[in-house]
Structures are given as structure tokens and as C-alpha cells.
Design a protein around this ligand. Structure first.
Ligand SMILES: Cc1cc2nc3c(=O)[nH]c(=O)nc-3n(C[C@H](O)[C@H](O)[C@H](O)COP(=O)(O)O)c2cc1C
Length: 356
């Protein structure tokens, strides 16, 4: 689905987040050919990174922990070779720059000259983002995206300050953490970085990202790239409903391969068609109108659909109050005195047999 970003026509609304897939022009071109609307470079700084061994692991389904640093190519290489090559090949290139004003100062103008469509500023420390943003704003005319951290103490206040200082869009969010995995055979941490820890990304962080985007959408009308946890088309739709305008992905494309990009793009398209919508704009932030203003108690009626129930028994097993049981003739009995309407049974039913 073609989508506009800052006046550039993207082949899809999917933007590949900064990470190992965009380590070079070669990686970025592959992502572009696989259908990515835009690609954010691995973070460019003054000095090339030297990464520990190991620096990446899969810790759960579609979830990674990594302690990979910024780019292991020099800034000069990005400016002289990688970005010009990617741009020449038609990649819609967003340059990720971090982590201090000394870094952004050295490359901002050149990134614009070499044809980057935007600059994304990122930092491990919130206090360095504003100086970077203020300085970069003076240097370039291309849009500046600020990448927000879910680890921030007050992400909304930070975002407001960035908007006031001239940010054009937000990427929400970066990976979460720190996080750690221990090899139970050896008793050692799996990752080789300082302290043995890394940063969590992929499916496990999605509920956090969704909440941050939802919160952010209340306070800003700037475009939001929803990044953090998308591994399936349903996740992408959830990001958009929360308030994102574009679908960011990093870990899931690493783990599932670049075919995921077109898969998600076309399935999101089908979703829109089925719901009678023609663009993501029409559903972006839709959840906002449904956010409860006070605790909900009324109108919670549960329905049982025997025709789709496979009698797998999950809803019965998970009920903490032992309120459910199969009845006669494909019925389900609910002990209304014990049922607290927690809703867990509905969420574990994979067949749509329970509905609120
Ligand atoms: C191995 C790896 C390396 C990453 N390197 C960077 C980086 O250099 N700069 C950056 O801003 N984000 C980096 N990220 C964070 C991603 O851009 C993204 O914010 C995060 O992974 C959440 O998205 P996801 O759940 O789709 O992976 C990295 C993520 C991973 C998994």
C-alpha cells in the first residue's frame, strides 16, 4: 500500500527500524527490494562500534535480547559510500544518528546533501536528545524524527519538549531493558556485553509499545512510527489503532526474514478492505474514542458460541475462580456467584467461542 511520509511516496507503510538489517547499503537495498517503505540506518556515530561476542539471542518466540552497539562502520564510510549507494539505488533512507550533539554536528548537513529523506535522532540518555535536536534543526531542512525510549521516566513530557524544539515526527519506541538471559547449563550470562545484559525487543515488548503510542497520540499530532513488537499483521493493525501512522519493524524481520514485509503489507491491506477503509489514516488512533474514562463495570455480558467451541477446556483450566464447567449437550455452565468477570477465559479462547 503506497503511503506518503514527509511528501515522499513510500511503496509501503512499513519502516525498518535501525538495527543489524540496515548495517550497510547492501542490507538497506535488500530491504527496499523486499517492500520496505523506508529504512532507518544502523545508528551512525563518530567512532565505529566494536561489538562483544555474543551480542544477540532469541529469548522467546519473536523476541530478542541484544547488546549490539551502534554501527561498526565509520561515519566517513556512511557519508562517502553507504548512504550515497543506498540513495542511488532508490532506498528511502532515514539516517539514525546518535548519541550526542558532537555526533550529530559532524554529519547532519552531509546526510541531507547525500539525499537522506530524514534524520532520526537517538540517545541512551534523554538529556542529550534535546541538544542534538536543537543543533540539527539549525543545520538541516529535512525532517527530524526523535526516537523515544520506553525506559524514559516521562516519555510524554520528553516528547512535548522535543515537539516544541522542532521535531517533525516520533519513532515509538526503542528496545526495553536492561534484560538478561542465563545459560542454565553453564551458569553464565549468554550475552558477552558489559554486565552480561542487553535490550529486549520483539513480541514481548508489544503491549508496552502499544500503551506508549496510545498515550503519545493524546498529546501530539505529529506522525508516529509505531516500532516495538510487531511480528504479525494483527500487531501492525494494533499499533495503528493505538495511534501510529506507520508500521515500524526490526526484530521480526530479523527472525522471520524479509518476506514478512510484503506479507504484513498485503494483510493489513486486506484488513482495511474488510473494514471498508481505504487508508491507515482512517483507523489511526481509533482506540482513543473507546478509552474508558472510569472503571468499567456495566454491560459486561459474556456469550458462549457452542458451534465454534472445540471443548479444548482451556477456558475451564485457566479460570482462577473455578467458575466454569462443561454442561450437558455442548453447553457451558458458569457459576455466576464465583465468576468475577475477569475476562481471562475470553482471552485464551482461540476459536471465538467466548465473546464479550
Ligand atoms: C540487534 C538489534 C540492534 C539494534 N540496534 C539499534 C541501533 O543501532 N540504533 C537504534 O536506534 N535502535 C536499534 N535497535 C532497536 C530497534 O530499532 C527497535 O527500536 C527495537 O528493536 C524495537 O522494535 P522491534 O520490536 O520491532 O524489534 C536494535 C535492535 C536490535 C534487535
Amino acid at each position: 500500500m503506497k503511503t506518503d511520509l514527509f511528501g515522499n511516496m513510500l511503496q509501503s507503510p512499513i519502516i525498518i527500524g535501525s538495527g543489524p538489517l540496515s548495517y550497510s547499503a547492501r542490507g538497506m537495498i535488500l530491504l527496499d527490494r523486499a517492500g520496505a517503505g523506508a529504512v532507518v540506518t544502523k545508528t551512525i556515530t563518530r567512532s565505529a562500534a566494536d561489538n562483544p561476542h555474543r551480542h544477540m539471542l532469541e529469548c522467546d518466540t519473536n523476541t530478542l535480547i541484544n547488546c549490539e552497539k551502534w554501527s561498526d562502520y565509520s561515519m566517513e564510510r556512511w557519508l562517502d559510500e553507504e548512504i550515497p549507494k543506498a540513495v542511488r539505488e532508490g532506498v528511502k533512507c532515514i539516517a539514525s544518528v546518535g548519541h550526542t550533539v558532537e555526533d550529530s554536528r559532524l554529519c547532519a548537513e552531509r546526510l541531507e546533501e547525500e539525499g537522506c529523506m530524514a534524520i532520526e535522532l537517538v540517545s541512551y540518555r534523554e538529556e542529550t536528545v534535546l541538544p542534538m535536536l536543537e543543533d540539527t534543526r539549525k543545520r538541516v531542512k529535512i525532517p527530524i524524527i526523535v526516537k523515544l525510549s520506553p525506559n524514559s521516566e516521562n516519555i510524554i513530557e520528553h516528547a512535548k519538549r522535543c515537539e516544541a524544539a522542532g521535531a517533525d515526527a516520533f519513532t515509538a519506541c526503542d528496545s526495553m531493558g536492561p534484560a538478561m538471559k542465563i545459560n542454565i547449563g553453564t551458569g553464565r550470562p549468554v550475552l558477552g556485553g558489559d554486565g552480561g545484559y542487553g535490550w529486549l525487543s520483539g513480541a514481548m515488548i508489544r503491549p508496552f509499545t502499544i500503551q506508549k503510542i496510545c498515550e503519545l497520540r493524546k498529546y501530539t499530532s505529529l506522525p508516529i512510527i509505531g516500532l516495538g513488537g510487531t511480528a504479525r499483521w494483527q500487531d501492525a493493525v494494533e499499533m495503528i489503532l493505538a495511534g501510529a501512522d506507520y508500521i515500524g519493524i526490526c526484530s521480526a524481520v530479523i527472525l522471520k526474514g524479509t518476506r514478512l514485509i510484503k506479507e504484513i503489507d498485503s494483510q493489513v491491506d486486506c484488513y482495511l478492505e474488510e473494514h471498508g477503509k481505504s487508508s491507515l489514516k482512517e483507523i489511526s488512533g481509533m482506540v482513543q474514542q473507546f478509552l474508558p474514562q472510569e472503571e468499567q463495570k456495566e454491560n459486561y455480558q459474556m456469550k458462549f458460541h457452542p458451534e465454534t467451541c472445540t471443548r479444548c477446556g482451556r477456558c475451564i483450566r485457566v479460570c482462577p475462580y473455578d467458575a466454569r464447567a462443561y454442561g450437558q449437550n455442548e453447553s457451558m455452565e458458569v457459576d455466576e456467584r464465583e465468576c468475577r468477570k475477569c475476562g481471562l477465559c475470553v482471552s485464551v479462547c482461540r476459536f471465538g467461542a467466548l465473546e464479550v
